[in-house]
Design a protein around this ligand. Structure first.
Ligand SMILES: C[S@@+](CC[C@H](N)C(=O)[O-])C[C@H]1O[C@@H](n2cnc3c(N)ncnc32)[C@H](O)[C@@H]1O
Length: 234
């Protein structure tokens, strides 16, 4: 009897196990509030100058984005993937003292940074939460709007994250999505490489979870703006 096929089977089993273990440990690293790979070597100051610098369209057009979001005073808005808190602060101003912004981040140090920033700016209506790769970790029916700017394409488990967002939204709640236009041959090469899908792909994925596109605005060069409303899950 030849041992070669047995050896080959054992080796491939070992390889599968090693790959699965590696994937799991990478996932649980971010699940525990650690920075995702692309942010790991950056300080908060470096992230601030990356996200809050002129030349980044979401930053340059932040007032237009906020206006388009049409946040109502008194509303509860979850700023998911809040980064350094750029939009958290603007949303906190927009919802006013009767409203609330929940800044949700997968990175614990960013959550701590946002909490400090909100306190220093005098916003008592900002709460923070650390989430995981697969869930925003918010209670059911807690938010009127989920704001996602330059975040959806970072979701490694978009279906699970969006399912948890669906659950966190109240009936009729909305998702505001700001994402890169990904048009091969037209968009910048780094966008085509970095962003895994275009507007149609992301819209179809989000609608499949239990959302309906209700508004689309084209006022930016590199980004699009879409609003979805929560509907019953199929
Ligand atoms: C490009 S930044 C955008 C920050 C902010 N929304 C803005 O526009 O300034 C993307 C952020 O999403 C966060 N992120 C990545 N995966 C996430 C996930 N699964 N859940 C929540 N946040 C996530 C990252 O830590 C990062 O801070």
């Amino acid at each position: 009897m030849s041992f070669k096929p047995l050896l080959r089977a054992a080796l491939s089993l070992l390889l599968c196990f090693a790959t699965a273990t590696l994937a799991f440990s990478q996932q649980s690293a971010t699940a525990k509030g650690q920075p995702p790979k692309q942010n790991a070597s950056s300080t908060i100051e470096q992230l601030t100058s990356r996200y809050e610098k002129s030349g980044r369209e979401a930053y340059d057009r932040r007032q237009d984005i906020l206006k388009a979001a049409a946040v109502k005073p008194g509303a509860v808005v979850a700023d998911v993937g809040a980064g350094t808190g750029l939009f958290t602060m603007m949303l906190a101003e927009a919802v006013g003292p009767k409203g609330k912004v929940i800044a949700v981040e997968i990175e614990k140090r960013l959550v701590e940074h946002i909490a400090k920033r909100a306190k220093e700016a005098g916003f008592a209506n900002v709460e923070t939460a650390v989430c995981t790769e697969r869930s925003v970790e918010l209670p059911a029916n807690c938010a009127d709007m989920v704001f996602l700017c330059d975040v959806y394409h970072h979701f490694n488990h978009a279906k699970d994250s969006m399912t948890s967002i669906h659950r966190a939204l109240r009936p009729g709640g909305e998702v505001v999505l700001v994402e890169f236009k990904r048009i091969p041959g037209k968009s910048k090469e780094w966008i085509v490489k970095h962003v895994r899908g275009g507007q149609e792909v992301f819209t179809a994925e989000i609608e499949a979870i239990g959302f309906k596109k209700v508004e689309e605005r084209d006022f930016m060069n590199e980004n699009y703006f879409v609003r979805f409303r929560k509907v019953d899950r199929k």
